[in-house]
Write a protein that binds this ligand. Structure first.
Ligand SMILES: [Zn+2]
Length: 77
């Protein structure tokens, strides 16, 4: 999976202060998080802190939403 460098850099700059999960960790675990969500598993319990990070980080939230749309079947060619 490819992610634009600019987005990563931006994300680092915009990352929220607070939760122990950073953007790097978030990006690493996002695939799994979405898988769990779509499987109706407790993604929040399996990957603690991720949801809080998504809540506070617009860049990661956007990534999460596009991943959800992609994996959830609403994919564009
Ligand atoms: Zn982030």
């Amino acid at each position: 999976m490819e992610r634009p460098d600019l987005e990563r850099t931006l994300d680092r700059l915009l990352g929220p202060a607070g939760p122990e999960v950073g953007c790097d960790v978030c990006f690493d675990q996002l695939d799994r998080y979405v898988e769990l969500e779509l499987a109706n598993e407790d993604a929040d319990a399996a990957l603690p802190g991720l949801r809080a990070h998504l809540h506070g980080c617009p860049a990661c939230r956007e990534e999460h939403e596009s991943l959800l749309a992609l994996v959830g079947g609403d994919q564009a060619p």
